[in-house]
Design a protein around this ligand. Structure first.
Ligand SMILES: Nc1ncnc2c1ncn2[C@@H]1O[C@H](COP(=O)(O)OP(=O)(O)OP(=O)(O)O)[C@@H](O)[C@H]1O
Ligand SMILES: [Mg+2]
Length: 250
């Protein structure tokens, strides 16, 4: 599904990613961990196609196609979803109306007409229930006055509605209380299938108790310096990153 080869990327002429290699196959869950500033969010942004990042070498192949020249919006229409992609506050536009527009735009890009209102309503209710969301929340203005946890839950709701092929969740656990964490993780698990893939970026092993990864990668100084199974996350929780830094610098 996703194949990243020797990816180098910079922002404001500063090299951040320094040769990332990563392959994510359909049906897999990958976790990316690593110290602050190592490039995790940058990697997510580069995959999603945010404009401020420049790819200076290597490539990103999504579903067999080099997506470098595609705008973020086109990538989204092809099924790439990044949490935090729509953090804007839009007073007067409800959570529901925002997602309706997003869905119909993605259908338009595929040459389809608008989703019939009845189907849309049914889908919205189904996904809101899946994430145990209060119906009242759906009519609130997008992100306006949302608490950190509400923002995160709204992101997962957007993901549930859009059903992306590849979902990249950047620190979805930060700001969620224990119950919300469980609900959101269960939502992600229920949406998992053999046809889609999830990349979770997290600092804590805790989230990975709920969303169990097939692979864990450690990003350090713009490179993936170690990969393993879910036990690697436990090892990191226990030992921190120093041993990895020592290995790299040895
Ligand atoms: N838009 C930007 N402008 C300037 N510097 C940036 C920008 N985006 C990222 N960087 C720099 O790139 C480096 C990597 O940042 P990034 O956000 O990818 O780290 P991270 O691994 O996600 O860290 P954290 O764990 O703290 O979220 C940092 O030094 C950061 O300051
Ligand atoms: Mg980050």
């Amino acid at each position: 599904m996703l194949k990243i080869n020797n990816l180098h990327a910079s922002v404001e002429d500063k090299g951040i990613l320094k040769g990332i290699n990563l392959e994510v196959k359909a049906g897999e869950v990958h976790a990316i961990m690593g110290p602050n500033g190592s490039g995790k969010s940058t990697l997510a942004s580069v995959i999603a196609g945010k404009e401020e990042y420049e790819v200076t070498d290597g490539n990103i192949i999504f579903e067999g196609e080099d997506i470098e020249e595609l705008a973020a919006e086109e990538r989204a229409h092809k099924g790439v979803f990044l949490s935090f992609q729509y953090p804007v506050e839009i007073p007067g536009v409800s959570v529901t109306n925002f997602i309706k527009t997003a869905i119909n735009e993605s259908r338009k890009a595929k040459g389809l007409g608008d989703m019939p209102a009845k189907d849309m309503l049914k889908l919205i209710r189904e996904k809101a229930d899946l994430l145990e969301m209060d119906r009242k929340f759906l009519s609130r203005s997008l992100n306006e006055g949302f608490s950190g946890g509400e923002k995160k839950r709204n992101e997962i709701f957007q993901m549930a509605m859009l059903e992306p092929k590849l979902a990249i969740l950047d620190e979805t656990d930060s700001g969620l209380d224990i119950d919300a964490l469980r609900i959101v993780a269960n939502g992600v698990n229920k949406l998992k299938s053999k046809d889609n893939a999830v990349v979770v970026i997290t600092h804590y092993q805790r989230l990975l108790d709920y969303i169990v990864p097939d692979f864990v990668h450690v990003l350090y100084n713009g490179k993936i310096v170690k990969s393993g199974g879910k036990e690697l996350a436990h090892e990191l929780e226990e030992k921190g990153y120093d041993w990895i830094k020592e290995e790299v610098n040895a």
